[in-house]
Design a binder for this molecule. Structure first.
Ligand code: CMC
Length: 429
């Protein structure tokens, strides 16, 4: 399978490890037999050097700032394609023909409503529940409603689960939003495109007419497209790990949503806007930059830096253009928060600390600004990321299930605890 190999010497043992050459990216050293042959584990907290699976879906070159879905660059997809076409590409591997796309869009559109009884689930949450908390719960609960698509060994059921998740996530996210602000749920409208329908479900109310602005719908669609997949990030790896045990698709996606919520991952867009609010005025920016640079302060500028991209985030470049368009349309140049954002971007980019450490605004910096300008509360930023990433999770999930090499995920550890010792009776402690 592999022509190249590496030799590892441990004491007097020499172990040969195969090296695989991918279609793109660095070579990969196969250590699967290392424990059996060398009686050692590898140590890699945070998986910074570990490939955990084979994949053909997404490729990232962090140094070049390149992101490819099935080989297509993200900037071309953001410019020329749209979210549902990118969903098709991620799920099935190729761009669709016109008929394939129409058929896919019809299938997704026909699944946008949720079971009416699911409305009762929402009512069990506190009225001020964070929409991410609601989302984790309700998506997990889908397995209680859609029994006919939980058998992971049935290809047809896997397909139906994938379509249901992509179709229903916007409805569930919009319902979580409406519930959190005390407004009635708005049913989906199947005559609208995916992004317009989401805006309709979030911003229309029964008492008034709501016209979706096409510029905002386009910006929304771009946010979805730019967040659709990102290779083996924390939430995707969580979905893969959950799925490796054979868990049903709704449970796996709920696990991904839970992971995404953290501020170092999908929660960064909310954390970023909260940071801008805390900064408050342009004159306080230097104080916050100084804190981010201070070795003795754990404070970080939210929306800056990335584990993989070390030159620029290609998604951020497109997102910045969208931010400019939306800000111009909505005439929010006077919004103090957005002024702080623009000035912070300028000052951080000009600061040698950020240049040396290759820290620059990431996609969440700009998506947060757009969503704020559109009128979304910060608590909705991460649910929007989750609904967009659902297609990535489900594509990676499908890929993993079809992989004959699938094994339950079971990392090892470097144990530093006590060795075996005798139990001490309570009166003697
Ligand atoms: N502000 C100030 N300093 C920073 C920042 C920041 N945002 N990010 C990294 N650093 C410093 C860090 O202190 C470290 O310095 P030193 O070498 O002196 O110890 C150096 O840069 C490298 O940081 P790291 O933590 O080793 O880098 P990482 O690859 O583990 O972390 C990150 C990546 C995204 C978690 C981190 O940059 C961060 O916490 N950023 C803020 C949160 C954020 O915006 N997250 C969204 C990521 S994009 C969306 C997504 O993929 O979910």
């Amino acid at each position: 399978m592999s022509n190249k190999s590496a030799k590892l010497t441990i004491g007097d043992k020499e172990i040969e490890l195969p090296i695989y050459t991918p279609t793109a990216g660095p070579d990969v050293l196969d250590i699967t037999k290392l424990y059996a042959q060398g009686d050692v584990f590898t140590y890699d907290p945070g998986f910074t050097s570990t490939a955990a699976c084979d994949s053909t879906i997404t490729f990232i070159d962090g140094d070049k700032g390149e992101l490819l879905h099935r080989g297509y660059p993200i900037d071309q997809l953001a410019e020329k394609s749209h979210f549902l076409e990118v969903c098709y590409l991620l799920l099935y591997g190729e761009l669709p023909s016109a008929t394939e796309l129409e058929d896919f869009e019809t299938r997704v559109t026909n699944h946008t409503m949720v079971h009416e009884q699911m409305h009762n689930f929402f009512r069990g949450f506190r009225r001020d529940a964070h929409p991410m908390a609601t989302l984790v719960g309700v998506v997990g609960a889908m397995s209680a409603f859609y029994h006919d698509s939980t058998d992971i060994n049935d290809e047809w059921q896997r397909e139906v689960a994938a379509i249901r998740l992509i179709a229903k996530l916007p409805t569930i996210a919009a319902m979580a939003f409406k519930y959190s602000i005390g407004q009635p749920f708005v049913y989906p409208r199947n005559d609208l495109d995916y992004a317009s329908n989401f805006l309709h479900m979030c911003f229309s109310v029964p008492a008034e007419n709501y016209e979706v602005n096409p510029i905002l719908a386009r910006a929304m669609d771009r946010i979805f497209t730019l967040h659709a997949d990102h290779e083996q990030n924390a939430s995707t790896s969580t979905v893969r790990l959950a799925s490796s045990s054979g868990a049903n698709p709704f449970a796996c996606i709920a696990a991904g949503i839970a992971c995404l919520w953290g501020p170092a991952h999908g929660g960064a867009n909310q954390a970023c806007l909260e940071m801008l609010k805390e900064i408050g005025t342009v004159d306080r920016i230097p104080e916050f930059i100084a804190r981010a640079k201070d070795k003795n302060d754990s404070y970080r500028l939210m929306g800056f830096g990335h584990r993989v991209y070390k030159n620029f985030d290609p998604r951020a470049t497109v997102m910045k253009q969208s931010a400019d368009e939306v800000l111009e349309l909505l005439g929010v140049e006077d919004n103090p928060l957005l002024q702080v954002a623009m000035e912070l971007e300028k000052q951080a980019l000009a600061d040698p600390y950020f240049a040396e450490k290759k820290l620059f605004p990431n996609v969440d910096f700009y998506s947060g600004i757009i969503l704020e300008a559109m009128g979304f509360p910060t608590s909705m930023f991460t649910p929007i990321f989750a609904l967009a990433r659902t297609v990535g999770w489900i594509s990676q999930w499908k890929e993993q299930i079809s992989d004959p090499k699938l094994k339950i995920g079971r990392p090892r550890q470097l144990y530093k605890g006590e060795t075996a010792r005798d139990y001490v009776d309570i009166e003697k402690r």
